[in-house]
Design a protein around this ligand. Structure first.
Ligand code: BGC
Length: 867
């Protein structure tokens, strides 16, 4: 029997250059069909100068295991490989090597100044991007060259005319007053002996551009922008030497005459000097920028823990319409976050404008829902023959685009493409089902996740928000951590949540916070992201470290919420968004739900207090554990007193309140649970299986029904196509998840509400139910170390499958109904134990690693007829 380590990983990133920690945690998969378990793992670390060090770590853990060697230094490069020994005596072969390279780990490692192009810039309207350049000599070709960068603003750089890296919107958006993220680029191949030049374009981005709704805020983080670029060369001795650029920096306005994340970008190609980032480029008319000591940047500088934002995919239009008004309308068939890339020829000075929208209304681009995010790009041709352009310092949410002033008669194939731009996460979760509409619901959710993981988890990619709304990711976190390896994005964002939390534990409703007029008071469900998102990462990904990292923040939030409770422990006052976007809420009042918002608030306090108690226990702090367990019990007592009658019926009963009490386990006993399940099924049937829930109830209602024996009701809700329902948008041609159940009304008009997006992932959180219950794969122990495979067929679904590249290895579950025979195939990776429950069978099978085929007879189940 063999056993080989595959996929050795450090922390959460695929790429391991520019690691921000001296002690990266390691995870690995073991490829082995052995039933035996892991006895030890041996790691071999080699340094570039040939030193080899081996360590054997006992135990069976394979996920995010502590770094087994001495801490790494800044700029250190090591190769690590691993092999395993099993209890049955098997010793595996060595894995491939994983190269790790740390970035600048200590603040003292950053020694260059902040280069500030200009401090005097108009305060309204998107400002231009600046161009910075510096020349330098390279006497001997280096073994290695690294460019470490960060910025206040967003940057793109070139060396000797070639692009550095392939990331977009760098350094991304963090809570800039607290932390800036840094990038490390390998630029060895871009350098030449003799004269070299580096060029950097720097735009306002989130730092100083307009951000937020209701007018937004300018200059949020400061009146200036600036960039830090530290170029280091290492020769054969391995020692890094700084290239001193300070006297050489020059600054000028450039071709990007305006750039705003919401507004769009204006580019005048006539103003581009093609040699600006080449040695010998003419900068005689350029000015000297201001150089500020890095001490003026009080924020921490941390290397990124997630993959960067990149251009991930390109789409061609599925239709092109030549309009009477001269514009050309393109439909890309998919709502995306990104930009257009155009290629055309025109005379110098000709202007092309690019308009974007998610939807059409009255046969025009529906731009009203964009509110102030005008999303128009413009390009002035340089007249140099065929020109290609794509904006770089803006991003839009769109499916449709219109070209105004297209210089050619027609759009040649490939001349206009939609470039999809988002965090370049690794896909980990897949789902297939034989109902095409449910499949589309899942596919649309994947798209909405992609479009909203643009450096941080946002609410939407198109209007004047695109902010880290806490409630949205709180409900979507289980889905997000299944579909993509999103741990890096969630980790970096959670650091900001902790940084922006107030002294009294209050969590801003969106992070990073933008003071644009929204209430500063925290709301349950939203602020609970501080406790629930890290907990979800533990459950889904086995990340224990995130719990330790976030513990103070989790605890602070629960203390804050608890301080709002009355003497009996229930919360009855204060700001609460509640079951946001209940379908009965009128367009102008999205918080007007049928469920008591304080019932929701108090229930969430129980949930988050329990989490904090559990985490305290895991961290070995029994006193704190007891304190929060006590708080949870007391709050639960008050909840029952206030909202649960002795009969088990609820005061202010609603689908969301019942689902919540079931999902959070708030009932006193099994009889009450079962009655509540029955009552929930009744309410859902009374409502004709149209969705009766908002943000709070939607992610959990199907699970609450299925877990209390009402699988068919869950499927009836899930497969409903009348408005409001999950599938109604699909009947209207949706390609992403809408913010409102009826973002587009049945008559094809756009919902008149001021807040109407066609790309919000929150209501797509139901895919978690599809993974767990329809396909039937759920974790029992954190990280899917122990799993439940228990598909629940229902509705018209006769086959489904899922694959999850779990922290321990790939898991596959696939089932189909052949008449009355239920057939299941499953693949379980090494290190994972599965409990399998088949429909129609009362027993539970325990299986280990390997491929399994099982079947059962489902004559006893009542299933709806396939139509
Ligand atoms: C956002 C939501 C958010 C909500 C809460 C909206 O404007 O887009 O997704 O959670 O406000 O107030």
């Amino acid at each position: 029997m063999s056993a080989r380590v595959t996929r050795l990983r450090a922390e959460h990133r695929r790429e391991a250059t520019g690691l921000g920690t001296a002690t990266p945690r390691l995870s690995w998969w073991v490829d082995s069909a052995s039933e035996s378990s892991l006895l030890w793992t041996e790691f071999e670390k080699s340094t570039l100068d040939g030193l080899v060090h081996t360590v054997r770590v006992g135990g069976s853990e394979q996920v995010l295991v502590d770094w087994p060697f001495a801490p790494l230094a800044s700029r250190e490069i090591v190769d690590v490989r691993a092999r395993v020994g099993l209890h049955d005596g098997t010793v595996g072969d060595w894995s491939d090597s994983l190269r790790l390279e740390t970035g600048l780990l200590r603040r003292e490692d950053w020694t260059v100044p902040l280069v500030v192009p200009s401090t005097s810039a108009p305060r309204t309207g998107p400002r231009p991007a600046w161009m910075l350049r510096a020349e330098f000599e390279v006497e001997v070709a280096p073994m290695r060259a690294r460019l470490y960068m960060t910025a206040q603003g967003i940057y793109r750089s070139e060396i000797n005319g070639a692009r550095v890296g392939d990331d977009e919107l760098a350094p991304g958006w963090t809570s800039y007053d607290h932390r800036l993220r840094a990038q490390a680029y390998d630029v060895t191949a871009l350098l030449q002996t003799g004269a070299n030049a580096i060029g950097i374009e720097l735009a306002d981005g989130w730092f100083r551009g307009n951000i937020g709704f209701d007018g937004g805020v300018w200059d949020l983080y400061g009146p200036h922008i600036g960039v830090v670029a530290q170029l280091e060369l290492a020769g054969s001795d391995g020692v890094h030497r700084l290239v001193d650029l300070s006297d050489s920096w020059r600054v000028s306005a450039g071709p990007t005459t305006a750039a705003g994340l919401y507004e769009g970008e204006e580019y005048d190609a006539r103003r581009l000097d093609p040699d600006w980032s080449r040695a010998g480029g003419d900068d005689s008319s350029w000015a000297r920028p201001e150089l500020r000591g890095l001490a003026t940047v009080t924020a921490r500088i941390e290397h990124a823990v997630a993959e960067p934002v990149r251009q991930v995919e390109e789409l061609l239009p599925v239709s092109i319409e030549y309009r009477r008004n001269g514009r050309i309308r393109l439909d890309f068939g998919q709502n995306v976050s990104g930009r257009l890339s155009v290629r055309a020829e025109a005379e110098a000075g000709h202007t092309l404008r690019l308009h974007h929208a998610e939807a059409l209304e009255d046969d025009e681009l529906a731009v009203r829902p964009l509110r102030r995010a005008t999303s128009v790009d413009s390009y002035v041709f340089g007249g140099t023959g065929e020109e290609s352009w794509q904006p770089r310092f803006t991003i839009h949410g769109f499916r449709y685009a219109e070209l105004e002033g297209w210089p050619e008669g027609t759009v040649a194939p490939g001349a206009v493409r939609a470039v999809v731009v988002h965090t370049d996460m690794e896909r980990t979760g897949w789902f297939t089902v034989d109902d095409p509409m449910l499949q589309k619901l899942h596919d649309n959710t994947v798209w909405s996740m992609r479009d909203n993981f643009v450096d941080l988890p946002t609410d939407c990619p198109q209007r004047d928000e695109r902010m880290g709304w806490t409630g949205d990711i709180q409900v979507f976190a289980p889905a997000a951590s299944y579909l993509y390896r999103s741990a890096g994005v969630l980790d970096t964002w959670l650091r900001d949540v902790g940084d922006e939390q107030h002294a009294d534990g209050a969590v801003p409703n969106f992070v990073p916070w933008v003071p644009c007029g929204f209430p500063e008071a925290s709301s349950a469900v939203w602020g609970d992201a501080a406790a629930i998102v890290p907990w979800t990462m533990w459950e889904q990904l086995g990340d224990r470290g995130i719990l330790a990292q976030q513990f103070a923040s989790m605890q602070g939030w629960v203390d804050h919420l608890a301080a709002r409770a009355d003497d009996d422990g229930a919360i009855r006052t204060g700001f609460a968004l509640g079951d946001w976007l209940d379908p009965i809420a009128p367009p102008e009042d999205p918080g007007a739900a049928r469920t008591d918002r304080y019932l929701v608030t108090t229930a969430y306090l129980v949930r988050s207090a329990r989490i904090v108690a559990d985490v305290a226990g895991m961290l070995g702090d029994v006193t704190t554990q007891a304190r929060y367990a006590g708080l949870a019990d007391r709050t639960l007592g008050a909840f029952r007193q206030e909202w649960i009658l002795s009969s088990g019926r609820m005061v202010g009963e609603s689908p969301t309140s019942l689902a919540l009490a079931l999902d959070f386990d708030l009932f006193e006993n099994a009889a009450q649970r079962s009655d509540a399940g029955a009552r929930l099924a009744e309410l859902v049937a009374e409502g004709d299986f149209r969705i009766p829930t908002g943000f709070v109830g939607t992610p959990i209602i199907c699970g609450a029904l299925a877990d209390t024996g009402h699988v068919e009701s869950a499927y009836a809700l899930l497969q409903q196509t009348e408005c409001p329902s999950w599938l109604y948008p699909i009947t209207m041609g949706a390609t992403t998840i809408w913010e409102r159940w009826d973002s587009m009304l049945p008559d094809g008009r756009v919902n008149p509400g001021d807040m109407t997006s066609f790309n919000h992932y929150a209501l797509g959180a139901v895919v978690d139910f599809m993974h767990r219950t329809v396909a039937g794969l759920a974790p029992i122990e954190p990280g899917y170390r122990r799993i439940r495979i228990a598909p629940r067929p229902g509705g018209t679904v006769r086959a489904a499958s899922t694959r999850f590249d779990s922290p321990y290895g790939p898991i596959d579950v696939s089932w189909r109904l052949d008449g009355e025979r239920f057939e299941l195939t499953a693949r379980v990776p090494f290190g994972v134990t599965a409990e399998v429950e088949l429909p129609g069978r009362a027993d539970r099978l325990i299986v280990g690693a390997g491929a399994h085929e099982l079947h059962s007879d489902i004559r006893t189940l009542e299933l709806r007829k396939t139509t």
